[in-house]
Design a protein around this ligand. Structure first.
Ligand SMILES: Cc1ncc(C[n+]2csc(CCOP(=O)(O)OP(=O)(O)O)c2C)c(N)n1
Ligand code: SF4
Ligand SMILES: [Mg+2]
Length: 770
């Protein structure tokens, strides 16, 4: 949060009466503005899951919380679907609730949105709008928010950080209005608004805005046990249509309430947000219609064109739901032609949602003769410059002059590509024969029923060419790659890998390049296991039908981070229960590193992450790490193991066994502790001592479970190497705060939990039935 602030009396808009609310100038981004508004509102609870570019909202609130700047309960979901459920439950509980998401996160939560609107439970969802996958693109367009248009949520559009701040207050008040009672989205542009800093006016004292908002009105809540009620009864026809009528009526009520609230807020702030922002439209004959930040660019272009005598103006809705149809009808009445830009297509519809809805709005006006051009622009974060705006105006101008629209629908800014150009080739694909060097021989011991592995000397493994080419973009010292190299050293034959979203995925592929020299698939980290299981079954079925050679012999390997085993846990458990012949290998770096080191459920107790901050009041993550290996053990897989890049021989021995089981029996799960120097806050070469200490302290025990039998493969007690956990914690910047005397209780808690889990593993090792 910016500390540069300048207290100024409010500059009153000349014509408007402004109540004397003291404001001050800050310099902040849209995400910071959303977080500050949340602090000022004093929400009861935020449920969230990190995703670029909206993650900073939770991160900023985490920082503020650590210093005691607010009391919002911050609940990290297991994914956005979970986060949406957390928010729904919390909002049903009668308090004020906040969430923030983007892109795939919104889509993952989408299923919950109509539930919340249909049962009329208000809350606020900030969306830093971002392109929807696939392919994966982290930058801004409107393909995510357009999916939310039919959910029954009100949608306010915030074109800049100031609007993000202001509209968050409006969102609370509008949604909670007794005639409305709907959840509200505040949508702003990913990166353009979420990350670019602007000067904004913020309230000097949040008491003013709290007074404006008042108490949250009390709607029926399951926490009112004196008045039992059923929330969300099963409802078929003839009633469901009536429920939807009521939802539609609430939206219509919002049409009246939104201007009322925004006018009232405007009296406090001096800033006006009409349903439809109309810039230089009074006598405009030509218009460009755009949502959010691009409209600001078009306004500057309009000024320049006006200076040359062109009667142009810009329309930009501040509200997309309810759609300001009447306002568009009025604004376009005398406009001869308009170019409507959509930052997302509604494929096959002949325009994006905005252009379709504006056309629908004006077609019921018998006097309207506006020629409309639909343009899809700015996808995947493509900039929209003044030159683009000029082209939009000029195309509309040409239509006005000729009275004809020659191209009603087109993509603006797409390039045809050059069929003759070839991307520079990296290393060529690698064949199974080149990498299958018999480094590990696996045999089943008929007496014990367990597998045994014979290894070539470790130095010989360096001769095995790598299935991942050099040149990936990981940080120096990143553990994901030593881990993958060790895994690939012993895997034999054809391998197909699926990487879930995470660092290892992001740094190895960036179109048109790839570091993977074998078949590689990416799917989002909530669904990789299911995807790969489908591929496995298709492979077996096509072999059975004779469509693929009978000799087809592929090992299927999914690579995931620990975060992927939060959000993707459901499909991974499903895959385990179905026992597909494949492997899930998790490199555990104890956090969502790819998105800026937020906490995962594998982050240990007390560790600092960007959503479990350390400050005067908070000492890092507040609950213990999840024991993913034991979760998979409970699925009774043929083989489960833990390993670490710091113990290559142990790791490779387990991977060799894993391949045998994955080919012959079913699913294998392996959890591999893997260093992240950047976010563990160590030097780049610290992996070995840090991992060693994690293992010697028994925080991360090395063991395997073969057909239900647990074997400890490294026992620090037995060789006198056992360390207290503090010897591990002192090695990382992310945990150094724990060694302060004030945090002794936390270290004690980590030690006690570590001892308890280790004693359990040892008991299982010793007892054949455990
Ligand atoms: C549905 C969805 N939510 C959130 C994200 C953002 N996201 C991408 S990778 C990632 C973290 C991955 O963490 P992990 O699996 O531990 O891998 P790491 O980055 O640590 O290597 C997140 C939060 C996303 N892509 N899709
Ligand atoms: S952030 Fe961590 S896990 Fe990601 S590439 Fe860098 S070191 Fe590796
Ligand atoms: Mg991780």
């Amino acid at each position: 949060m910016s500390t540069r602030s300048l207290t100024t009396p409010l500059r009153a808009a000349s014509a408007r009466r402004v109540d004397a609310v003291q404001q001050k100038l800050e310099f902040m981004s849209g995400n910071e503005a959303a977080a500050l508004a949340a602090r000022d509102i004093g929400f009861h609870l935020m449920g969230y899951f990190p995703i670029t570019p909206s993650t900073e909202v939770a991160e900023n609130l985490s920082k503020m919380q650590a210093e005691g700047a607010h009391e919002i309960v911050m609940v990290a979901g297991d994914g956005e679907h979970g986060a949406a459920g957390i928010c729904y439950g919390a909002a049903l509980g009668g308090g004020r609730v906040l969430n923030a998401t983007s892109s795939q996160g919104l889509l993952f939560a989408l299923e919950q949105l109509p539930v919340q609107a249909g049962t009329r439970v208000p809350m606020v969802l900030n969306i830093a709008a971002r392109t929807v996958s696939g392919p994966l693109d982290i930058r801004g367009d409107h393909s995510d928010i357009y999916y939310a248009l039919n959910t029954g949520w009100i949608m306010l559009c915030a074109r800049d950080p100031q609007a993000v701040y202001d509209l968050n207050f409006a969102a609370v008040k509008i949604g909670e209005h007794r005639d409305v009672r709907l959840p509200v989205i505040v949508a702003y542009d990913g990166f353009f608004t979420s990350h670019q800093k602007r000067r904004i006016q913020v309230f000097d004292d949040p008491a003013a805005i709290r007074e404006f908002l008042g108490e949250r009105p009390q709607f029926p809540t399951p926490l009112d046990t004196a008045h039992p009620a059923t929330f969300g009864p099963y409802m078929n026809d003839p009633d469901l249509i009536n429920n939807k009528v009521q939802l539609s009526q609430a939206m219509e009520a919002a049409r009246r309430v939104i201007p009322e609230v925004l006018t009232e807020l405007g009296r406090m702030t001096g800033r006006a947000y009409p349903m439809l922002d109309a810039y230089r439209m009074d006598d405009a004959e030509i218009a460009t219609v755009l949502v959010n930040s691009a409209a600001e660019t078009a306004k500057e272009t309009a000024d320049q064109m006006r200076a040359q005598g062109a009667k142009v103006g810009v329309l930009s809705p501040n509200v997309l739901r309810p759609f300001p149809a009447e306002e568009f009808r009025r604004a376009l009445k005398r406009v001869r032609a308009a170019t409507i830009g959509d930052r997302a297509d509604s494929y096959g519809a002949g325009g994006g949602n905005l252009s379709l809805e504006v056309r629908a709005a004006i077609q019921i006006d018998p006097d309207n003769d506006t020629r409309v051009l639909s343009r899809i622009y700015g996808l995947g974060g493509k900039d929209f410059y003044a030159a683009d705006a000029k082209e939009f105006f000029e195309q509309a101008l040409a239509a006005a002059q000729s009275g004809r629209v020659t191209t009603a629908f087109a993509y603006h800014g797409a390039t045809p590509g050059r069929p003759d150009s070839r991307p520079p080739t990296g290393l060529p694909p690698i064949t199974a024969a080149e990498v299958s060097r018999g480094m590990a021989q696996v045999h089943r011991n008929e007496a014990t029923g367990r597998l045994e592995v014979e290894f070539q000397p470790l130095w010989k493994m360096t001769e095995v060419p790598n299935r991942i080419g050099p040149g990936h973009g990981a940080c120096p010292g990143c553990g994901a790659f030593p881990t993958l190299h060790q895994v690939y050293n012993v895997l034999e034959g054809d391998i197909v890998v699926l990487f879930q979203t995470g660092c290892a995925m992001v740094v190895t592929t960036g179109y048109p390049s790839t570091a993977h020299r074998i078949n590689y698939i990416h799917n989002l980290f909530q669904n990789g296991a299911a995807t790969l299981s489908g591929l496995v079954e298709m492979c077996h079925e096509r072999v059975r039908r004779g469509e693929l050679p009978a000799s087809t012999d592929i090992t299927f390997v999914m690579v995931s981070g620990d975060g992927g085993m939060d959000i993707g846990m459901g499909p991974a458990i499903g895959t385990a229960n179905r026992n597909h012949r494949m492997m899930i290998l998790e490199y555990d770096n104890q956090g969502y590193m790819n998105t800026g080191a937020q906490l995962s459920y594998s982050t240990p107790f007390g560790h600092r992450t960007s959503t479990s901050e350390v400050g005067r009041l908070l000492p890092g993550k507040r609950y213990h790490h999840k024991d993913t290996a034991q979760i998979f053990a409970a699925c009774h897989l043929p083989f489960v193991f833990t390993a670490s890049e710091g113990y290559p021989e142990d790791l490779m021995r387990k991977v060799a066994k894993a391949q045998w089981y994955a080919k012959n029996e079913g699913l294998v799960y392996g959890k591999i502790l893997s260093c992240c120097p950047l976010n563990w806050r160590t030097t780049d070469d610290a992996a070995q001592p840090v991992l060693q200490a994690a293992i010697d302290s028994c925080f991360f025990p090395l063991y395997e479970i073969e057909h239900g039998h647990t074997t400890v493969t490294y026992d620090p007690d037995a060789i006198g190497r056992r360390l207290p956990v503090s010897d591990w914690l002192k090695l990382m910047g992310k945990t150094r705060h724990l060694l302060q005397p004030a945090n002794a209780e936390i270290v004690h808690g980590i030690q006690a939990e570590t001892d308890r889990r280790w004693a359990r593993i040892k008991a299982m090792h010793e007892h054949p039935l455990l």
